[in-house]
Design a protein around this ligand. Structure first.
Ligand code: 5RP
Length: 228
């Protein structure tokens, strides 16, 4: 690992450690997906094994495996509101809107984020942008007739690219495909238009969902939004 990579990992871990302080005993916690969320799940496992009583909902099979390894009790019942969900992001703007889904877990991540009283992002400072859309917007689509869905997305001005993994179409935990779609700068209205296309299950634009972002930086932690 280079010194730069080690610095990025330290920033992710510092953000995750601060988010762990938000976990209240006896609550249900949403577990995000990706390399930053991994630090949070590992840290939560340490606390659970030290006696903290919580339950968790995992947003991907990988996060679930990690949680089970840490002996975090997993629940799939939704009769209890989620107190807190903590997740990484690919891009975060100054108003704490974010773009997610490069790890392919965006559908479950958005369900859990919206179901939580507090949705808090954790990230290193490379994720901060002035405006969302620096990179492509991941869009989860049904495999059935996906080319037609892709053409409809193109008609909104996007350039969709089918996500591949090891020479085959990447498949989400839900059995769907991802179209990584370049639009340039994006806004909430575009999210509404993408959603209206039949065959689209979810997109990675999270406008007005996160309450705060904890961002590791070379000079310490930065908090965007309200943590309380
Ligand atoms: C997965 C996600 C991740 O949270 C996002 O890609 C950030 O990942 P990382 O923490 O590895 O940079 O949205 O679908």
């Amino acid at each position: 690992m280079t010194t730069e990579q080690a610095e990025v990992e330290a920033q992710k871990k510092a953000a995750a450690d601060r988010a762990l302080e938000l976990v209240r005993p006896g609550t249900v916690v949403g577990l995000g997906s990706g390399s930053t969320a991994r630090y949070f799940i590992t840290g939560l496992g340490d606390r659970v094994r030290a006696g903290l009583k919580v339950q968790a909902v995992a947003t991907s099979m990988e996060s679930r495996r990690l949680a089970e390894k840490g002996r975090i009790p997993i629940t799939e019942r939704n009769d209890q509101a989620l107190d807190l969900a903590v997740d990484g992001a690919d891009e975060i703007d100054p108003s704490v809107n974010c773009l997610k889904g490069r790890g392919g877990a965006l559908l479950r991540e958005k369900i859990v984020a919206v179901a939580s009283r507090r949705f808090v992002l954790i990230a290193d400072e490379s994720k901060l942008v002035g405006r969302l859309g620096r990179g492509p917007v991941p869009i989860e689509v049904l495999p059935f007739f996906w080319e037609a869905t892709s053409r409809a997305i193109e008609s909104l001005g996007g350039r969709p690219q089918l996500r591949m993994a090891s020479g085959r179409p990447f498949t989400t935990d839900n059995g769907n495909l991802i179209l990584d779609t370049t639009f340039g700068a994006v806004d909430a209205q575009l999210g509404v238009a993408i959603h209206a296309i039949p065959g689209v299950l979810e997109h990675g634009l999270f406008f007005r969902i996160a309450r705060a972002a904890i961002v590791g930086s070379a000079t310490g932690l930065r908090i965007l939004g309200e943590l309380a």
